[in-house]
Design a binder for this molecule. Structure first.
Ligand code: AMP
Length: 420
C-alpha cells in the first residue's frame, strides 16, 4: 500500500528547507531590530476563540475550520490564524502588565479547509507580528514598513501595498448602510452567500471572490466618505506616514480582508508574480479585539505573511543563491585510519566546522563519489602513506586542487579557510 499526504498539504523537502530557513532568519533579524519578541502558542485552541474573533459569517468560520471534539468532549480547532490565539495568551498571561506596548512575532503552521490551488493550501505556514497596545497611526505605518523591509531584504520586487480603512464601531453602521443602498435592487444578482450576508454582515460582501459579485460592486462609492472624523484622521495620518517612509500604496476601497476583527486600517502586500492568490501579506488594526475577548481596552495592529507564497515568488525571481558548500568530508582509506578520522571529525565539529564521513566505504573512489553527492567543499584523504607521514591530503572539491597538511594543523587550516 502506498500512502500519500492529505490534500492541500505539502512536504517541505530538504532542497526547500534551506529557503524557508533563509526567509525565517531574515524576518527574525528584522523583527528583532524593531524590538519584537517571539511568542509560541498551541496549534489548537477552544473553537470559540476563533468563532468570536474572526466572526461567525466569515468564510473561515463558516466553512474552513478544522474543528473536532477531543476525548473529553471539548470543542477544539486547529488554528486558522495567529492573532486570536495571541490575544488569548496576551490576556491570560496579563502581558500588558509586563510589556507595553507588547510587540510579538510568531511563526508556524495554520490550517484552513480551503479549495487547494497554487499558493493556497490547507496547511500553510505564516510568519506574523502583533503590536498590541499601540493606537497611534504611525504604528500602522511602522508595521507595514516592517513587512516591506523583510520582502525588500529578501530581494522581492514589484510589490504594492493595497490599503483601506474599514472604520470603527461608530462609523461601521454608516458604511454598511451605504453598501446596502448601493447594492439595493441588484441584490438578487449576487451569489447566495452575499445575499445571506446582506443583512448579517454587509461588509463581507466586499470580500466575495465571485466574479459576478465583484462586477456588480464596481462603482461602489469610496468607504472613506462614510468614515467618522477619528477614523478619517487616522487613515490620513497612516497614509502620510507611509509617504514619509517612502512606501508606495494604492487605496483599495473594497479591501476588507476575510476577518471581522479589523477596525480602521486594513492592508495587503501584493506581488505581481503570483496568479489569483497574489497577496503575500495581509494585516490591519484590531482595536476592539482584546476587549472583546475579555481583556482591557487595548488598540493593536499586526500582519501575517504566507511562507509558501514568498517562496514561490523568490523562486520565480531566481533569488535563492546556491550557497558555497562548507562541508568537510573525511575519507579514511582503510579501517585503521577510520578511527583517527572519527576523532578528527569530532574535534572539527567541536570547533564549529561542518563535517561528515562514511563508515561503510574505505576506498578512495567510492568516498569521493559520496563527497560529490553530498556536495562537500573539501575532502580530507587519510591513507596509510599519510598516516606514516602524520599528514592528511586536503582536496578542494571546487577547484580540484590538493594539498598536504600536517594532521595536527587540519583544524587550523579550515578555520583559516573561513569555514566557521
Ligand atoms: P490572512 O491570515 O488571511 O490575513 O492571510 C495572510 C497571508 O497568509 C496571506 O497573504 C497569504 O500569504 C497567507 N495565506 C492565507 N491563507 C493561505 C492558504 N490557504 N495557503 C497559503 N497561504 C495562505
Amino acid at each position: 500500500m502506498k500512502y500519500s499526504l492529505p490534500r492541500g498539504t505539502r512536504d517541505v523537502l530538504p532542497d526547500e528547507t534551506k529557503n524557508w530557513q533563509f526567509i525565517e532568519k531574515t524576518a527574525k533579524k528584522l523583527f528583532s531590530l524593531y524590538n519584537y519578541i517571539e511568542i509560541r502558542t498551541p496549534i489548537f485552541e477552544q473553537s470559540e476563540i476563533f468563532e468570536k474573533s474572526i466572526g461567525a459569517s466569515t468564510d473561515i468560520v463558516e466553512k474552513e475550520m478544522y474543528t473536532f471534539k477531543d476525548k473529553s468532549d471539548r470543542l477544539l480547532t486547529l488554528r486558522p490564524e495567529g492573532t486570536a490565539p495571541i490575544v488569548r495568551a496576551y490576556i491570560q498571561n496579563a502581558l500588558y502588565k509586563t510589556y507595553s506596548p507588547t510587540k510579538l512575532y510568531y511563526c508556524g503552521p495554520m490550517f484552513r479547509y480551503e479549495r487547494p490551488q497554487a499558493g493556497r493550501y490547507r496547511q500553510f505556514y505564516q510568519i506574523g507580528i502583533e503590536n498590541i497596545g499601540n493606537a497611534h497611526p504611525f504604528s500602522d505605518a511602522e508595521v507595514i514598513s516592517l513587512g516591506m523591509k523583510i520582502f525588500e531584504k529578501l530581494g522581492l520586487t514589484n510589490l504594492t501595498v493595497s490599503i483601506n480603512s474599514v472604520g470603527c464601531s461608530v462609523c461601521r453602521p454608516v458604511i454598511e448602510e451605504r453598501i446596502k443602498q448601493f447594492i439595493g435592487a441588484n441584490l438578487k444578482k449576487f451569489c447566495p452567500n452575499c445575499i445571506r450576508r446582506f443583512d448579517e454582515n454587509p461588509l463581507r460582501i466586499l470580500d466575495c471572490k465571485n466574479k459576478k459579485c465583484i462586477t456588480y460592486l464596481s462603482g461602489l462609492p469610496d468607504i472613506r466618505g462614510s468614515l467618522c472624523h477619528e477614523c478619517a484622521d487616522h487613515f490620513s495620518s497612516v497614509l502620510e506616514s507611509l509617504d514619509s517612509l517612502g512606501i508606495k500604496f494604492i487605496i483599495n476601497p473594497t479591501l476588507v480582508r476575510g476577518l471581522d476583527y479589523y477596525t480602521k486600517t486594513a492592508f495587503e502586500i501584493i506581488s505581481d508574480r503570483l496568479g489569483a492568490q497574489n497577496a503575500i501579506c495581509g494585516g490591519g488594526r484590531y482595536d476592539v479585539l482584546v476587549e472583546q475577548m475579555g481583556g482591557p481596552p487595548t488598540a493593536a495592529v499586526g500582519f501575517a505573511f504566507g511562507m509558501e507564497r514568498v517562496v514561490m515568488v523568490l523562486k520565480e525571481l531566481k533569488m535563492f543563491k546556491e550557497q558555497e558548500s562548507n562541508l568537510v568530508f573525511m575519507a579514511p582509506l582503510g579501517t585503521d585510519q577510520q578511527i583517527k578520522c572519527l576523532q578528527l571529525a569530532d574535534s572539527l565539529r567541536l570547533a564549529g566546522i561542518k563535517c561528515d564521513m562514511s563508515y561503510s566505504k574505505t576506498d578512495l573512489k567510492s568516498q569521493l563519489k559520496i563527497a560529490n553527492k553530498l556536495n562537500a567543499g573539501y575532502t580530507v584523504i587519510y591513507g596509510e602513506e599519510e598516516a606514516q607521514k602524520n599528514v592528511v591530503l586536503i582536496k578542494n572539491m571546487k577547484v580540484r586542487t590538493q594539498e598536504e597538511v600536517p594532521f595536527k594543523k587540519v583544524k587550523e587550516y579550515f578555520i583559516n579557510e573561513n569555514l566557521l
